[in-house]
Design a protein. Sequence first.
Length: 160
Amino acid sequence: MRRRWIIYLLIGALFGVLDFFYIEWLVKLFRGTALTMLNLGIWLVPVIPIALYEARCSRSSLRAAAASLATWCAAIVAYYLTNAVKLAFLGVPGRPELHISNRAAPYFWQNWASVFRGDILGGMAEWIIVAIVGGAIVGFAMGWIYLHLSRVHHADTALG
């Protein structure tokens, strides 16, 4: 079981990194409702299979909920850490003062402290709540549906 949970966290972290770049790509191609739907809908891709797998293995909707929220929390942390890495090492147009090559500048560390507290940790705190609540709801729902349908299927096969 422990290995399963480590895999869920790794999938979440990998998803968070990929999602950071996916959003940059989406913004170039879409606007409005399509952008919102594609941006939010992609977050179901890792958690639905994880919730279904966890429900199958543990036979528990609550564990499916916990697996989904853990996956989304790992994704949120990885997403915002990817943002920090990009700011520091890859550079962002309009934010050259945060690039590591400017570390000798007089306000470099104050700028980074402000960005880290506000944008990175602030973003994590804001979205981790969504990950906890949304992950629990999606995971529980998927687990419940899977377990309910498997009971119905099992009952039908037992009756012949």
